[in-house]
Design a protein. Structure first.
Length: 425
C-alpha cells in the first residue's frame, strides 16, 4: 500500500480511528489531512482506550511517523492536552510532527462558532463549537494564522493584530460581545510554542522523502462524505472536505499517488448535529441501536441519531470518493436481530429515485424504501475468519457490497484492534 486514503463514508463516526489503529501496524506514516478537533477517533488497544481529536490514530506504533497535515486546523491547547494524555499512558509522541502550514484555531474562532450558532437559532447546524468553521473561513479569507507563524513572535503579533482588529469589530457590532484582548491571546499562544516547537516542521520534505523510499503511507480522514462542504447536506455540513480528493490537498501528495481509497461505513447509519438523514429511526429501534452501540459523541457527548444503512447515500459516497474498498464496522450490533433493513431507494412525493438529492429540502422529503433481510442469532464478536461469520451476516455484507458497487474488504466487530477480519475477493 504505498499511499492509501481512509475516509468516512457516512456522517462521521464510522470507526475510522479503530480501522487506522489496526491497519497502521503495516504503515510507516499516517497523515491527518482535514478537519480539526471536531473529530473524535476512538481506539481501544493494549495502551488503553483513547479518543483522539487531532493526533493521527497511528500514534500507538512508535515506528510510525504521525503527521498533522497542512489541511488540518490546529487548536494548540487540544494538541498539547492530547500529547500529555498519551504520554501519561506511556505512549511516545516523539514520532509526531505538525505542518507549519496548518492553520491555528484561535480563541475568537471558538467564540464566533458559538455566537453564530446562537444567532442561527432554529437553523443552528449543531456544530461541535470547536471553532472549525470560523478557522477555515479565515484560511480562505487570507486572515488566518498558521502554525509556522508561531515561530516568529514579531510576525505572529502583526498577523494577530491585523486579524483581531476585524474580529473585535465583528464581535462588538454584530454580536454585541465585548472586545477581546490581543495581549492575552498573544501571551497564551507564545506559551504554547515552547511545548509545540519540537513538533513543528515543514512536513513536505518528510512526506516526499518517505514516498521516494516507497514507505507505506496512510492518509487519515476526518468526518464523513455527507458532511462535505460541496457534496454533503449543505448547509448542514462541516467546513473542510472529508473526501479522498482533499487528502491530496491536505497532505501535499499528488492525486496520482493514491492507490487505494478505503471508505469506512458503519453497518447502520448515525448522524450527530442537525440536518436531514433519510433513514433516521425516531422509534424504539433507533433507541435500541443507540444504547446497544453506545452511540454518543466522542467529542461532544451528544446522543447520535441512529437509523438503517442507507445504500443510496452510501453509493453516492463511494462515487465521490472513488473508493476502491469498503471497511464495514460495528457489524456485531446486529447480533440477535430478527431482521435488518437496508435503504435501496427514496420515494419523493409520487416519484422514486436512487440518486442522492442536492437540496436539503428534497432530502428532507425522502421516504426510504427498504429491502428487509433476515438477521442472525450468533455472537460475532470473537469471529476471526470471514467464512465463520453466520451465513446471514455474510449475506448482509454481500448485499451492501453490491448496492454500493464497491467490494467490502474488511469487516469489524467490537471496539478492539484485533476485532477486524479481512474479506478475500
Ligand atoms: P469524526 O472524524 C461526526 C458534524 C457536527 C455538525 C457538523 C458541523 O469523528 O467522524 P463542525 O464543528 O465541523 O463545524 O460541525 O459536522 N461533525 C461530525 N460528526 N463525526 C465527526 O468527526 C464530526 N465532525 C463534525 O456534529 O453536525
Ligand atoms: Mg466523531
Amino acid at each position: 500500500m504505498p499511499v492509501l486514503a481512509l475516509v468516512g463514508g457516512q456522517w462521521g463516526d464510522e470507526g475510522k480511528g479503530k480501522v487506522i489503529d489496526s491497519l497502521a501496524a503495516n504503515a510507516d506514516m499516517v497523515v491527518r489531512y482535514a478537519g480539526g478537533d471536531n473529530a473524535g477517533h476512538t481506539t481501544v488497544n493494549p495502551h488503553g482506550t483513547f479518543r483522539l481529536h487531532l493526533i493521527p490514530s497511528g500514534i500507538f506504533y512508535s515506528n510510525v511517523c504521525c503527521v498533522i497535515g497542512n489541511g488540518v486546523v490546529v487548536n494548540p491547547a487540544v494538541l498539547l492536552r492530547e500529547i500529555s494524555e498519551l504520554r501519561e499512558h506511556g505512549v511516545t509522541t516523539d514520532n509526531l510532527v505538525v505542518s507549519d502550514r496548518a492553520h491555528l484555531i484561535m480563541p475568537y474562532h471558538i467564540l464566533l462558532d458559538r455566537l453564530e450558532e446562537e444567532r442561527r437559532g432554529q437553523g443552528a447546524i449543531g456544530t461541535t463549537q470547536r471553532g472549525i468553521g470560523p478557522a477555515f473561513v479565515d484560511k480562505v479569507a487570507r486572515t488566518g494564522l498558521r502554525v509556522g507563524d508561531l515561530l516568529d513572535a514579531t510576525i505572529f503579533r502583526r498577523r494577530l493584530e491585523n486579524a483581531m482588529e476585524q474580529k473585535n469589530a465583528l464581535l462588538t457590532s454584530l454580536y454585541g460581545h465585548p472586545a477581546i484582548s490581543v495581549d492575552e491571546i498573544f501571551d497564551q499562544y507564545m506559551g504554547f510554542l515552547e511545548q509545540m516547537h519540537p513538533h513543528i516542521v515543514d512536513t513536505l520534505p518528510l512526506i516526499h522523502n518517505a514516498m521516494q523510499r516507497g514507505d507505506r503511507i496512510m492518509l487519515e480522514g476526518a468526518q464523513g462524505a455527507l458532511l462535505d462542504t460541496d457534496f454533503g447536506t449543505y448547509p448542514f455540513v462541516t467546513s473542510s472536505s472529508p473526501l479522498a480528493g482533499a487528502a491530496t490537498l491536505g497532505s501535499g501528495i499528488g492525486p496520482t499517488h493514491i492507490e487505494r481509497v478505503i471508505g469506512v461505513f458503519k453497518a447502520y447509519a448515525t448522524r450527530v448535529g442537525s440536518g436531514p438523514m433519510p433513514t433516521e429511526l425516531n422509534d424504539d429501534m433507533g433507541d435500541f441501536i443507540r444504547e446497544k452501540a453506545r452511540e454518543y459523541g466522542a467529542t461532544t457527548g451528544r446522543p447520535r441519531r441512529c437509523g438503517w444503512f442507507d445504500a443510496i447515500a452510501g453509493r453516492f459516497s463511494v462515487r465521490i470518493n472513488g473508493m476502491t474498498e469498503v471497511a464495514l464496522t460495528h457489524l456485531d450490533i446486529f447480533d440477535g436481530f430478527e431482521s435488518i433493513k437496508i435503504c435501496t431507494g427514496y420515494r419523493i412525493g409520487g416519484t422514486f429515485t436512487t440518486e442522492f438529492p442536492t437540496r436539503i429540502e428534497t432530502v428532507e422529503q425522502c421516504e426510504p424504501v427498504y429491502e428487509e433481510m433476515p438477521g442472525w442469532d450468533e455472537c460475532t464478536e470473537e469471529v476471526s475468519e470471514y467464512s465463520k461469520l453466520p451465513l446471514n451476516a455474510r449475506k448482509y455484507v454481500d448485499t451492501i457490497s453490491s448496492l454500493l458497487g464497491c467490494r467490502v474488504s474488511l469487516v469489524s466487530m467490537g471496539p478492539k484492534r484485533e476485532q477486524m477480519i479481512e474479506v478475500r475477493p
